[in-house]
Design a protein around this ligand. Structure first.
Ligand SMILES: C[S@@+](CC[C@H](N)C(=O)[O-])C[C@H]1O[C@@H](n2cnc3c(N)ncnc32)[C@H](O)[C@@H]1O
Length: 221
């Protein structure tokens, strides 16, 4: 249902293919007076955007989000486009940080890269450990990763494309005692034409590079 009252909409746009954009996401974008998102996300709505379009980059992120929220304060409907699902390493956290937990924000769920990956590899993700390094790599998260690996559950990981790549993760897990031959899957560019699933082992992943757009799965036998 389209929520009339909320002025701020945070919309999940799926993993990248237009086939994975939901009808409610399109409907909400069509009604917005300001639409904010990365270029890749905006391109999915070329025929839907009627209002002002703001392209988010790493450099203008704070400024662009603050501007859009000001427009919402003036009474305009603002749509933030978030890849995958906004509630998993998406735009929900940074926007709520600015507007506060109790603000009237309408979240439109999207299909996460995690779900696309689980579907591709036929993993029941209620049995997996989900770990994201997208918002930073710290001691606590690395500890959770090492401990989760010891439990023997499948690990579905969003690597940090710069600071903690799949090869860094493989090296780290081996240094923490994981077996070198542990099966690993790297799912790149899910749902896009360039989609590729690379199936390998921890030891082989250590010497390989992958697209920044990837999900890593470690699946102890
Ligand atoms: C900022 S996080 C956003 C995650 C998003 N909120 C979600 O639910 O999928 C971006 C990361 O998601 C993963 N990702 C997003 N789209 C992807 C795709 N089509 N294929 C593989 N990984 C993807 C990559 O690890 C990428 O670096």
């Amino acid at each position: 249902m389209y929520r009339e009252m909320a002025k701020i909409h945070i919309i999940g746009v799926g993993p990248g293919s237009p086939d994975y954009v939901t009808p409610i996401a399109r409907k909400t974008v069509q009604k917005a007076k300001v639409v904010v998102g990365a270029e890749r996300a905006l391109n999915l709505f070329q025929n839907d955007i009627k209002g002002e379009k703001i392209t988010l980059t790493a450099k203008n992120f704070q400024e662009a989000v603050a501007y859009a929220i000001k427009q919402a304060d003036k009474g305009l409907e603002v749509a933030f486009l978030s890849t995958g699902d906004p509630c998993f390493s998406g735009l929900l956290r940074p926007v709520l940080k600015i507007v506060g937990e109790n603000a009237d924000v309408n979240v439109v769920p999207g299909i996460s890269a995690i779900q696309a990956c689980a579907a591709r590899l036929k993993i029941c993700w209620d049995e997996a450990e989900l770990i994201s390094f997208h918002e930073g790599v710290d001691f606590q998260k690395k500890k959770k990763l090492a401990e989760s690996a010891k439990k023997g559950k499948p690990l579905i990981i969003l690597p940090d494309p710069k600071a903690f790549t799949p090869s860094d993760i493989a090296r780290f897990l081996i240094s923490e005692g994981a077996r070198e031959e542990t099966p690993v899957f790297i799912c790149e560019n899910l749902t896009l034409d360039e989609e590729r699933v690379f199936s390998s082992s921890l030891t082989e992943i250590m010497s390989r590079n992958f697209s920044g757009l990837c999900v890593m799965v470690v699946k102890p036998p």
